[in-house]
Design a protein around this ligand. Structure first.
Ligand code: ADP
Length: 335
């Protein structure tokens, strides 16, 4: 059941675990910015999700402020979309608890992101980590959202969210629409790391990741260090992964004719990877530096960020409150 009114509802979030990077931008934020005019949008800083892997909270405030500032610097308008902090909407925890009764241990243990995190943090396999997809589902369902702009790594979580929705609706009545991962126009995106393996990420893989706060020199250095080889033979051969990844990055930030030139050079075996990386580095600097500069000017304005968060939370709580009324009614928690 969608909310009244014609606009579809959009919800997504980014964890406050460090510096935002190109993966966050192209997987998520670019879509947020494009969607904000057309849809009813809720975007949040997922501070509670951060606690599953980052129990130390000394850096939390600065990270929350950074994520907010970087979202705004990328073009998000807090007067259009509700931009808020997850813990400022306490209904989140109530719905999370109720949905936990519909989530089975077996399916949670099979989640790819859970298995990855267990490998990375073997000494902190906490229940919050296990139930991460349930909390994420609560975030989405609180607004009865049907579109969730996210990167490819989140596809399985959305599939689980649909399972939880169907179980809830089947048992208690049709309250929620099925949420789907969304990316404008194309398939969901995975921005690869510069080392040819894995994806760009906030907290792992730091030299292989380009952050929106990297200065020009650091961006150039990271790209020039990316793995290449002595060049393709024979003509029109398949690209190895690490070269494919460089083209993928070029596809995100460079002009069409630049990409076509290097594609042609690759196919007729005349490509010079040094030249390609120099071009990619310059295009990347041109893309990242205005965002970095805007974010720097916002990040330290605590008053402004606080006001944005309060305004966003007020909107989000209103939507969450209405949903929780329906949930309590449907479940018979209304005595
Ligand atoms: P991270 O994995 O860097 O900690 P989050 O888990 O907070 O980031 O994810 C925030 C959003 O950014 C999600 O929508 C996620 O799908 C997207 N995202 C993160 N890394 C990438 C990537 N390398 N490529 C595409 N999207 C990504």
């Amino acid at each position: 059941m969608e909310k009244s009114g014609n606009k579809k509802i959009v919800m997504s979030g980014i964890r406050s675990t460090g510096f935002l990077h190109l993966g966050n931008y192209f997987g998520a934020i670019r879509n947020y910015v494009r969607m904000q005019d057309e849809y009813e949008c809720y975007f949040m800083v997922a501070d509670l999700h951060s606690l599953t892997t980052h129990p130390e909270t000394k850096e939390l405030k600065i990270n929350v402020h950074r994520v907010l500032a970087e979202n705004i610097a990328c073009g998000l308008d807090p007067n259009q979309a509700a931009l808020y902090c997850q813990s400022h909407v306490p209904e989140t925890s109530e719905l999370y608890l109720l949905l936990n009764m519909l989530a089975y241990k077996g399916e949670l243990e099979k989640t790819t992101t859970f298995k990855d995190k267990v490998r990375l943090h073997p000494n902190n396999v906490n229940a919050g980590l296990l139930t991460y997809p349930v909390l994420q589902t609560a975030d989405i369902l609180l607004h009865r959202a049907s579109l969730v702009p996210v990167g490819k790594d989140q596809e399985q979580h959305l599939e689980m969210a649909r399972n939880f929705v169907n179980r809830f609706n089947h048992r208690y009545g049709e309250i929620f629409p099925e949420p789907y991962a969304f990316n404008f126009g194309e398939d969901l995106i995975k921005v690869p790391g510069l080392d040819g393996t894995g994806k760009m990420s906030k907290s792992e893989n730091q030299y292989a990741t380009i952050y929106l706060s990297d200065d020009d020199e650091l961006i150039r250095r990271k790209i020039m260090k990316a793995k290449t080889d002595s060049g393709p033979t024979p003509t029109n051969t398949e690209k190895p992964d690490y070269i494919e990844n460089l083209f993928l990055l070029m596809f995100l930030v460079s002009e069409k004719n630049t990409i076509e030139k290097f594609e042609a050079d690759f196919n007729n075996c005349t490509i010079r990877y040094g030249d390609m990386k120099k071009q990619l580095a310059e295009d990347m600097v041109k893309f990242v530096s205005p965002i970095r500069e805007r974010a720097e000017s916002i990040r330290n304005d605590e008053q402004f960020l606080k006001r944005i968060m309060e305004q966003g939370a007020e909107k989000a709580r209103k939507s969450a409150g209405a949903t929780m009324e329906l949930v309590r009614q449907a479940m018979g928690l209304n005595y």
